[in-house]
Design a protein around this ligand. Structure first.
Ligand SMILES: Cc1cc2nc3c(=O)[nH]c(=O)nc-3n(C[C@H](O)[C@H](O)[C@H](O)COP(=O)(O)OP(=O)(O)OC[C@H]3O[C@@H](n4cnc5c(N)ncnc54)[C@H](O)[C@@H]3O)c2cc1C
Length: 403
């Protein structure tokens, strides 16, 4: 039996759920499908997966009425950021006080973000959450797309959105190809308690093996992302706690005092991947389904949330103009808006990754000089801080600051 919908979103992760929240107030009939329910939030333990959230993404969550829920659970601001090169003495330090803002962004557990958005969705009668289920096929014709789910259900919709992550089935079934490469690295993540306090400062050191970031998440507690080659990531994650803390201490140094305790560890493959197209007739890709990026600047989900907010703007404009929300001409507007911005960020992060991965003497010397010079140029630092906060460029309505 076919259920008629305006929009079917595959993937109720942070990005897919944000799009559903953004469009729910329009009254569109939306079904959002995921293979699993959102992860549970633990009161006593931090989620292994956390995201550095820009101020633009915070604006989106506030506009979606999901930010209060997150604040009531756990969010942790960062007001300073320090980045340095282990192969020299170059470093750069950002302090939000220099631009008169309250914070540079927030560290929030992914499970809290997902639950906040899904909780909001349950308040709308026109949005249906379906899990566990998965897309198995779809077929596009002039007026609609017919979607087959693994459970045997059939949905008919004006638009199908793939928000199903880097291995997107929607993208593959659409025949949309990707460009990119694996970094042959894994991101090792875990929570670490330190004797020193982070003082709401995010820190990242570029090691010859890859970047190591400490993100403030709680009292004397940081969530770390340690980029390592495949073999060493597996090796590090299987060390006992004492040996792991010793290796971490030696890699990071003592700017947070002694490494005292570590929680469970997990590793995630790191890759750069960009879809050659974001849209086909009646199909749109958002978030990691369209682009996956190295986590060294914590931008992946922020780019995805900007996709969701921009697609929501384009669809709302189409509704006002009484146009078909699945028409290719409508969807192309979203693609033109987001593809360039995403590509610029991806190229910048890939450049950083390569620059800091090089051990060649002239390169290490120049990058250390670059860090030191930038650190002494207040106007340039202020521009970088505003970029990192996501407050520059062509922002979607939901991402703009509200006064
Ligand atoms: C180690 C690491 C650290 C990171 N740190 C940051 C950070 O600090 N800041 C930041 O901005 N980004 C960060 N990122 C990137 C960020 O995690 C991703 O960009 C983000 O998770 C993408 O969200 P998404 O909703 O597009 O995709 P996903 O989070 O992958 O969600 C996809 C959803 O789709 C569902 N799904 C998949 N296939 C199907 C199917 N066939 N049918 C139905 N449902 C399906 C999945 O169950 C999932 O719920 C990091 C990434 C890594 C690996």
């Amino acid at each position: 039996m076919e259920h008629k919908q305006d929009m079917v979103i595959i993937g109720a992760g942070m990005v897919g759920a944000a799009l559903a929240c953004a469009l729910a107030p329009t009254g569109l009939k939306i079904t959002i499908v995921d293979t699993r329910p959102p992860p549970q939030i633990s009161d006593n333990e931090f989620d292994l997966r956390v995201s550095a959230i820009t101020r633009a993404s915070q604006n989106i969550f506030s506009a979606l009425d999901a930010w209060d829920y997150m604040q009531q659970k756990r969010v942790s601001p960062f007001r300073e950021m320090r980045v340095w090169d282990s192969q020299g003495n170059g470093q750069i330090h950002f302090d939000v006080a220099e631009i008169g803002e309250d914070n540079l962004g927030w560290i929030v557990e992914n499970s809290i973000i997902q639950n906040a958005l899904v909780d909001r969705l349950t308040q709308f009668n026109n949005v249906k959450l379906v899990y566990p289920d998965r897309i198995s096929d779809f077929n596009v014709n002039d007026d609609a797309v017919t979607i087959e789910l693994a459970s045997g259900k059939q949905l008919q919709s004006r638009l199908l959105v793939g928000a199903d992550g880097a291995d997107s089935t929607v993208r593959k079934l659409s025949g949309i190809t990707t460009r990119g490469w694996s970094y042959d690295q894994q991101g090792l993540v875990c929570t670490v308690r330190t004797s020193g306090h982070h003082n709401e400062m995010a820190q990242q050191v570029f090691l010859p093996t890859g970047p190591l970031a400490f993100l403030p998440i709680g009292d004397h507690t940081c969530s770390i992302v340690w980029s390592l080659s495949g073999d060493s990531a597996e090796q590090m994650s299987s060390l006992d706690d004492e040996a792991f803390l010793k290796a971490l201490q030696s890699a990071f140094g003592y700017s947070l005092g002694t490494m005292l305790e570590v929680g469970p560890r997990a590793v995630f493959p790191l890759r750069l991947q960009h879809s050659t197209e974001y849209v086909h007739s009646r199909i749109a890709l958002i978030g990691d389904a369209a682009h996956a990026i190295h986590p060294l600047a914590g931008q992946g989900v922020n780019l995805g949330l900007a996709d969701a907010a921009s697609l929501a703007d384009v669809i709302q404009d189409a509704l006002e103009q009484k146009r078909d929300i699945g028409a290719l001409q409508v969807l192309r507007k979203y693609e033109r808006w987001r593809k360039g911005d995403n590509l610029t960020m991806m190229a910048a992060m890939d450049g950083f990754k390569r620059l800091f991965g090089s051990q060649l003497f002239p390169v290490t010397g120049l990058r250390n000089l670059g860090l030191t010079l930038t650190n002494n140029l207040a106007p340039l630092k202020n521009i970088i801080m505003r970029q990192a906060m996501g407050l520059e460029g062509d922002l979607a309505r939901l991402a703009k600051p509200r006064f």
